[in-house]
Ligand binder design. Structure first.
Ligand SMILES: CC(C)(COP(=O)(O)OP(=O)(O)OC[C@H]1O[C@@H](n2cnc3c(N)ncnc32)[C@H](O)[C@@H]1OP(=O)(O)O)[C@@H](O)C(=O)NCCC(=O)NCCS
Length: 185
């Protein structure tokens, strides 16, 4: 296994890093608190998803997948890293001629509308381009998810198309708007 330095990003209001085993209980708190808030925008979740056991395993997998260059799944925390405020996951990393990944994200209900996800994604996207050396970050949103569309627009993502029946969200195959941010450097 090739050892790569683990991400640790700092912004004015945030610490952004991989989920560590010692933070598994914070992830459970984030997931339970936001169960209803996130239901409309995420896949259906099993009961296990809300347990510490699940997130302990997940934290180990996240590190392994990072080391293997498969994904960069980040937790967005307050400056002191005492609470999880959200997540941003860069998955399905493809190399070769593509050099691209897919981005998914969500913020705690109580922290929505404060520019926190924008601040986090500005830093994380830069990390993905500068350190992971990808050329394209792809993000998709359901047309009625206006907050998500607006966030991506402000971050510089460009709409590239529309795909019918694209992802199974909350038990339904949903149409999505397809967007990308390209590394121009
Ligand atoms: C999509 C999602 C992450 C967007 O979060 P968000 O908080 O609206 O996004 P931003 O971080 O860009 O914040 C924008 C808001 O913060 C405000 N803001 C910007 N900078 C700010 C600052 N420094 N201080 C305070 N507020 C600020 C903006 O005016 C805007 O407010 P408004 O929504 O009242 O117009 C969030 O709605 C969410 O998690 N939704 C559920 C999951 C989901 O949909 N995921 C994406 C699936 S595609």
């Amino acid at each position: 296994m090739k050892l790569v330095e683990l991400p640790l990003l700092k912004t004015k209001r945030l610490t952004i890093k991989l989920l560590e085993p010692r933070d598994a209980h914070l992830m459970v708190a984030f997931r339970i608190t936001n169960k209803i808030h996130l239901r409309e925008w995420e896949p259906e979740r099993s009961e296990e998803f809300y347990t510490e056991k699940f997130w302990l395993i997940q934290s180990k997998m996240t590190t392994r997948q990072f080391q293997n260059g498969v994904s960069v799944c980040l937790v967005i925390m307050d400056v002191k890293a005492s609470r999880i405020l959200g997540v941003c996951n860069y998955t399905n990393i493809v190399r070769g001629t593509f050099q691209a990944c897919q981005l998914g994200y969500s913020i705690d209900h109580a922290h929505e509308g404060q520019g926190i996800m924008f601040e986090a994604l500005q830093a994380a996207n830069k990390y993905i381009f500068d350190n992971i050396k990808l050329h394209r970050i792809m993000a998709h949103y359901i047309p009625r998810n206006k907050r998500s569309g607006e966030l991506l627009r402000r971050l510089g993502f460009v709409i590239e198309g529309r795909a019918e029946s694209f992802m199974k969200i909350n038990g339904m195959w949903e149409e999505h708007i397809l967007t990308s941010l390209i590394n121009r450097e």
